[in-house]
Design a protein around this ligand. Structure first.
Ligand SMILES: [Zn+2]
Ligand SMILES: [Zn+2]
Length: 421
């Protein structure tokens, strides 16, 4: 037996049934909001992530799966999706034809984090991004879409956290004031934060260390530094959410470390799995398209942690397996041959049908029909074949009727549609 790589797992039934349910629910919703799917590669040039995520981040410094390809090119398994979507938007000059693009993508990402419960080195994300819209309504729309998705998936006990990070005009003032403040307290910060204070100062605000938390309680707040445009943008987002009855909480520790993040930042947190944790996060990143060599183009998006989302929804204990409408219990060689033909014909017209080719006893076949949750069973043995009439049994009501075998597929479909009436 060859075991799995540490921190990497398989998703199989019943989990994969739940995963399909999540994926379908998300995709249907995104399509209704006018988003199109974008399929991006698993591998990219390492430089893309170094530039977009930042060299001084944990992801780039410690967590990326990077290797030198046979032609000497440094290649990385994607640790997140946004960078690739932006790269694609620029590379194909999508902005020239129509700058407004709304994309979603669902798939695996790779980070070499310390494996622990609920955290995987191959993890999955649901991503949605809007390009070419600077309006605050685009931010609000993404948040609303995310909220509806959580409702549809019955994710309970969620809180929406929002912060506002300013723009290229007003944030430098805040940064200066914040850096001055950090110098005053830096001696007492944790080792991580001492380093962050130099490389990525805002991240000190979301340090999980209790003493760092206390030390930064009196830090200057970005809300005091916002320019007029930022204030208006922020108020419009908040009003749009209020008008759609979406509750939110201001959270001034919700920060993004990098300069290209602007204005709205948001997170959906839940304590469904014990400690309060983010299940989704996003915000505006008006500077990234330009940073990666494209035009000056606004953008906003979010990412949902699929693994954690699935873990939360699994608590609802709902079986998402697709159950067959019909199970054909065929007894004996001749009947198996018939059952095989009928099942194929029914499957071809989208009626979920299963059968068994084992030639086992009726009792054992009925047990299997129950196990897979079939709604109806068709019983066919040599006797039925001779009488030219199979038995159609409703597994809920236990009622039985005969199915004439002159045109079995048509007659089975008729029996099903009569039931539906
Ligand atoms: Zn501003
Ligand atoms: Zn700290």
């Amino acid at each position: 037996m060859i075991p799995l790589i540490r921190g990497i797992r398989d998703i199989f039934p019943p989990d994969s049934d739940l995963w399909r349910h999540i994926k379908n629910t998300a995709e249907n919703l995104f399509q209704d909001f006018g988003f199109s799917e974008i399929l991006i590669p698993i591998m990219e040039k390492t430089e893309l992530f170094k530039r977009s995520i930042g060299e001084q981040t944990d992801i780039v410094e410690k967590e990326m799966y990077t290797f030198t390809d046979r032609d000497g090119e440094s290649t990385t398994l994607r640790p997140e999706a946004t960078a690739s979507i932006v790269r694609s938007y620029i590379f194909h000059k999508m902005y020239a034809e129509d700058p407004i693009r709304k994309f979603y993508t669902i798939g695996p990402m790779f980070r070499r984090e310390r494996p622990q419960k609920g955290r995987y080195r191959q993890f999955y994300q649901i991503d949605a991004e809007i390009f070419g819209q600077s309006s605050p309504y685009a931010d609000a729309q993404l948040i609303i879409m995310l909220t509806i998705l959580m409702d549809r998936l019955e994710v309970k006990d969620t809180t929406l956290h929002i912060n506002f990070l300013g723009c290229f005009k007003c944030r430098p003032d805040f940064n200066n004031s914040f850096k001055k403040f950090l110098i005053k307290i830096s001696d007492n910060l944790c080792e991580n934060c001492k380093k962050r204070a130099e490389t990525n100062p805002l991240r000190v605000l979301d340090c999980k260390n209790e003493s760092c938390f206390q030390l930064t309680a009196e830090a200057p707040q970005i809300s005091e530094f916002l320019c007029k445009e930022c204030k208006e943008h922020f108020e419009t987002v908040c009003k749009a959410l209020k008008n759609t009855n979406i509750k939110f909480q201001m959270n001034d520790r919700l920060v993004r470390g990098l300069d290209y993040y602007t204005k709205t930042a948001f997170e959906i947190q839940t304590d469904a799995l014990g400690a309060q944790n983010a299940v989704a996060g996003g915000g505006r990143y008006d500077g990234l398209v330009k940073l990666l060599g494209g035009p000056d183009m606004p953008a906003v998006g979010f990412a949902i942690g699929f693994d954690r989302l699935a873990e939360i929804i699994a608590l609802n204990n709902i079986n998402y397996a697709q159950k067959p409408e019909i199970f054909i219990a065929a007894l004996g060689k001749k009947c198996i041959k018939e059952a095989f033909l009928w099942a194929s014909a029914l499957n071809a017209v989208r009626i979920k049908t299963e059968t068994e080719f084992s030639g086992k006893s009726l009792k054992s076949l009925m047990r299997r029909a129950c196990k897979i949750g079939a709604s109806n069973v068709i019983i066919i043995g040599d006797q039925e074949l001779e009488k030219k009439e199979a038995v159609f049994r409703d597994m809920n009501t236990k009622e039985q009727i005969g199915i004439k075998l002159d045109n079995p597929v048509k007659n089975i479909m008729e029996a099903l549609s009569k039931k539906a009436l």
